[in-house]
Design a protein around this ligand. Structure first.
Ligand SMILES: [Zn+2]
Ligand SMILES: [Zn+2]
Length: 231
């Protein structure tokens, strides 16, 4: 096992049980087996397992979405860690790239980009965790990572709004940085989680308006829908 120099000072511990593990992993084998992996038979519109899909084949501006996990239990824990520690991008990117290869292995992606943060939030966090994840995914795919989108407006944080108000909240909030990176490209758009898909929809729309041929979405986690939600 190849370990980095700082491993002995800060050994990686399993997020669930605390056992010391390989620095490239975030769960030990037995805890990983209990992770909320999305079922193999999936809805191509919302990315959930077909058994639990309630989207009624709702169309999006993105051409497809894939994620390794539901946003719950151990996966939620890891994704929340990513928001604070960029080191979690690498193991999550490994899980993401595995499902990406399984479902979109035949697609030739030109580049990866991520959902941007506004300047204020970026300053508070110190880094954009979705971009950190996107860069690691791009590295594993062997394609360039480009900043393609900028958040131009100030929207209320999506988690503070009811699910039915989220699409309106993000409309017109994103813009293309440079069409050169977008035009005629097949793009993988990365975000940490998908809840309603409103933010991803808006970003995909901007990329399409900028001339993207296709936009596929890769998230680390998908929030399971509960109740009767229209988006
Ligand atoms: Zn464990
Ligand atoms: Zn669905």
């Amino acid at each position: 096992m190849k370990r980095r120099p700082y491993f002995w000072l800060f050994p990686r511990k399993c997020l669930a049980c605390g056992r010391v593990i390989d620095a490239k992993l975030f769960y030990c084998d037995s805890c990983r087996a209990q992770m909320p992996f999305i079922e193999d038979t999936r809805c191509e519109y919302c990315g959930c397992g077909k058994e639990i899909c309630t989207c009624n084949k709702k169309k999006h501006h993105f051409d497809g979405i894939v994620a390794p996990f539901y946003y719950e239990h151990g996966a939620k824990h890891a994704i929340l860690k990513l928001k604070r520690y960029p080191i979690y991008a690498e193991p999550l990117a490994k899980e993401c790239t595995e499902v990406l290869n399984r479902y979109y292995g035949s697609i030739l992606f030109d580049a990866v980009c991520a959902v941007p943060m506004n300047k204020k939030r970026l300053k508070q966090s110190g880094f954009n965790h979705s971009a950190a994840l996107g860069k690691q995914i791009a590295r594993r795919m062997g394609v360039p990572y480009n900043e393609m989108l900028v958040k131009v407006g100030k929207s209320a944080p999506q988690h503070e709004l009811g699910l039915n108000f989220r699409a309106g909240n993000v409309r017109g909030m994103y813009d293309i940085i440079d069409e050169h990176f977008v035009k005629n490209k097949t793009i993988l758009l990365v975000d940490d989680i998908k809840t309603t898909g409103a933010t991803l929809d808006e970003c995909a729309l901007m990329l399409k308006l900028g001339g993207a041929v296709a936009v596929y979405v890769m998230c680390a986690g998908i929030v399971k829908k509960t109740g009767n939600i229209s988006r």
